[in-house]
Every structure is written in structure tokens, then in C-alpha cells.
Design a protein around this ligand. Structure first.
Ligand code: SAH
Length: 360
């Protein structure tokens, strides 16, 4: 595995765990959000984690139908909104570029040939994306995206990788959850600064018991705030797809996955994918506060069925009968209740004068 430096003749990057140990020993516990941001930055920057030989598999890597139906949805929105040009396809965290490949192929059949913009921070994944999309433009964050026309935005399994902050109720009041050192290892500890002022009044009123946890993602909130502001100003539509709940809930959803198995998030920082569930209700409220339209948040299985995944699967099977088993297995994985169909949600956003979205 690439360790982020050895190949270039530089010394290998020091294990991130050691860096955290030294930092915490010198300056005290760090916030969970800091830990998660640094861990995932190292993790994604140094590898392509996708696929059966990697750590996890995402929907576009399961079946081409996923990206195709997303493309269909975007083209439909663009056509019904009046076909404004220039129009930009924007993908946040495009992974291997597979979703963009399938979606752009589909939109091309409807006369839509958008400019392509990728928001990506990983050096390793940028190289993979460049192979499939030599004409794309890369951005480190949303601030440099064009402001001259509607944005057709896709983010699949992107927001779940952004850092979360957790507050925990203790006998002494609310505290931030921090990562400290305990018995020689990294472990969660309660911070010593009072954080009661950071707890929303509605949550204060609930008088939650000791040990209760409130999890938020300021980074996801900031991205949706910016995105919604642009949809309101420039027009466009966005699909945000991730695992999470349509309604806000209490408790920690932090998890780490390595080689397709859940692992302790603190045992090998920078070597496992850290994620948290996306709070779609909170993000919908932020988008609406910026005058963007919230089109709805629905289960992925329901949305893909509404977009016609069953008919698409049949067409693909007829065209390549020898692949029937694989095509149907991919369909079932994407829409099955016990698989991705119910846990994953699709949220649609759009500019104020844009139409309702199919499937919501
Ligand atoms: N959307 C792809 C990949 C999901 S993995 C798919 O469905 O297969 C998460 C993606 O987000 C990776 O491309 C990762 O490099 C990128 N990413 C993670 N944190 C990021 C950040 N803070 N800014 C930009 N991209 C980020």
C-alpha cells in the first residue's frame, strides 16, 4: 500500500497514530472532529480504498445503473428548467470517477454536455479520476466552482466522510468528546471545558441523561450552506446520497471500516475509513434557510425504483443475457431493504425556480 511518500524517495510518512500520541502527550486531548479530519485526510490521500480489494464498495462500483439513473434525473431537471447554458456537472468526492462516467454517458443522450468539475482533495484518487475524465477541472472546495450558470451536483458517500463533533452529557454538564490517551492507547474522553452553550435549546429542554451524545457535522453543514446558496443564486439541482436518517437522532454513529469489516476507530487512524451517518433533516433545514428548494429525502431503494431501475435492469439483461445474474444481483444490492435500499437516503435540492424532482 502506498504510504504517501516512500515512492517519491522521501522517508515514509510516520504512522498517524504516533503523530496523535505525541501531539496529545504534549498538548492534551484533541477534539473528535480534529481526529476524524486528520485521519480521513491521511486515509484518502494515500490510497484508492474502493472495491473488493479495498476497504469498502460504493453504489456506483456495484452497478452502472446507479450513475445512469442519476444522470437521467439531472438531465430531466435541466430540460424542464429551460436548458440554461453554460451548465456544469459538479461531483463532490467522485472516488474513481465511475459515477460521473455513467451519469455523463446518460445525460449526453439528452443533449446535455455539461462542463465537468470535481471537488476532490485526495492525490491518489485525483490520479484515478484523471484517467477517465481528462477534461475535468478539479477544485479543493466549493469556493472556486464557476458562478456563471446552473450547477448539477452529485455527492455520493461524500458527506459521511466529513468530521463530526460530539457533545456528551456528564454529571458536570455538557462536554465535547475528545480523543486522549488511556492505558497507552487513543481513547474517547470528555473535555474539561463546559459546552452547555453549544447544545441547542430544544435539546437542553429534554434534560437528557448522563452519557447522552449529540453528534453534528459542522463541515457537512458548511458545505450544504454554500451549495444551497449557489443553487439559489445560479440555479441548478443537487442529489446528496448517503447513509443516515431522514430525522435527527441522538447518539454516536461514528464507525471505522477496513477491508470490509468494522474496526475500532482509534486503533489504526489513517488506515481505516471513518464515517458517521448524515443528518438529512439538519441539512434540509440549512438548505431552505438559504432559499434553495428541498425536494425531499427518500430511501435509495424507493428512489431508484421510481426512476425505473427495474426496467433498466431488464434492458441490460436483454442486451447481455450472459450477465443476467450479475445485473440482477447489482440491482438487488442497490434497492434491497436489508442491503442499501433502506439505510441509504437520497436528498434532492434545487434552485428556487426549478421544478420538482422525479422520485421525491
Ligand atoms: N463518491 C464516490 C467515492 C466515495 S468515498 C463513490 O461513490 O464511489 C469519499 C470521496 O470523498 C473520495 O473521493 C474522497 O477522496 C473524497 N473526500 C473525502 N473527504 C473529502 C474532503 N474533505 N474534500 C473533498 N473530497 C473529500
Amino acid at each position: 500500500m502506498n504510504d504517501g511518500g516512500a515512492a517519491g524517495g522521501q522517508p515514509p510518512a510516520r504512522a498517524l497514530a504516533q503523530v496523535f500520541h505525541r501531539l496529545i502527550a504534549n498538548t492534551g486531548p484533541i477534539s473528535l472532529a480534529h481526529f476524524m479530519a486528520e485521519s480521513n485526510a491521511r486515509y484518502y490521500n494515500t490510497r484508492d480504498p474502493l472495491g473488493t480489494n479495498g476497504d469498502f464498495v460504493t453504489a456506483p462500483e456495484i452497478s452502472q445503473m446507479f450513475g445512469e439513473l442519476i444522470g437521467l434525473w439531472l438531465a430531466d431537471m435541466w430540460i424542464r428548467s429551460g436548458r440554461d447554458e453554460p451548465v456544469h456537472y459538479v461531483e463532490l468526492g467522485p472516488g474513481r470517477g465511475t459515477l460521473a462516467h455513467d451519469a455523463l454517458g446518460a445525460v449526453g443522450r439528452y443533449g446535455l454536455t455539461p462542463r465537468v468539475h470535481f471537488v476532490e482533495t485526495s492525490t491518489a484518487l485525483k490520479a484515478v479520476q484523471l484517467d477517465l475524465h481528462p477534461g475535468a477541472q478539479w477544485h479543493h472546495d466549493l469556493s472556486t466552482l464557476p458562478d456563471n450558470g446552473p450547477l448539477l451536483v452529485v455527492a455520493n458517500e461524500f458527506l459521511d466522510a466529513l468530521p463530526v463533533r460530539q457533545l456528551v452529557r456528564t454529571p458536570a454538564g455538557w462536554r465535547e468528546r475528545m480523543v486522549g490517551l488511556e492505558r497507552g492507547g487513543l481513547a474517547l474522553v470528555a473535555g474539561d471545558r463546559p459546552m452547555d452553550a453549544a447544545v441547542p435549546p430544544a435539546m437542553q429542554a429534554l434534560d437528557l441523561p448522563d452519557g447522552a451524545i449529540i453528534e453534528t457535522s459542522p463541515a457537512a453543514a458548511a458545505i450544504v450552506y454554500e451549495l444551497a446558496g449557489r443553487l439559489a443564486a445560479q440555479g441548478g439541482a443537487a442529489l446528496i446520497i448517503d447513509y443516515g436518517q431522514a430525522h435527527s437522532r441522538l447518539g454516536s454513529t461514528l464507525q471505522a471500516v477496513r477491508e470490509h469489516r468494522k474496526v475500532d476507530p482509534f486503533s489504526t487512524p489513517g488506515e481505516a475509513d471513518l464515517t458517521a451517518h448524515v443528518d438529512f433533516a439538519a441539512l434540509a433545514a440549512i438548505a431552505q434557510s438559504r432559499s434553495a428548494r428541498w425536494l425531499g429525502t427518500v430511501e435509495q431503494g424507493r428512489w431508484l425504483r421510481a426512476l425505473g431501475i427495474e426496467a433498466r435492469a431488464e434492458t441490460l439483461c436483454r442486451a447481455a443475457p450472459e450477465h443476467t445474474a450479475a445485473i440482477l444481483a447489482g440491482r438487488d444490492r442497490l434497492i434491497g431493504e436489508g442491503q442499501m435500499g433502506a439505510l441509504f437516503k437520497v436528498m434532492g435540492l434545487a434552485g428556487p425556480n426549478w421544478p420538482d424532482g422525479a422520485g421525491f
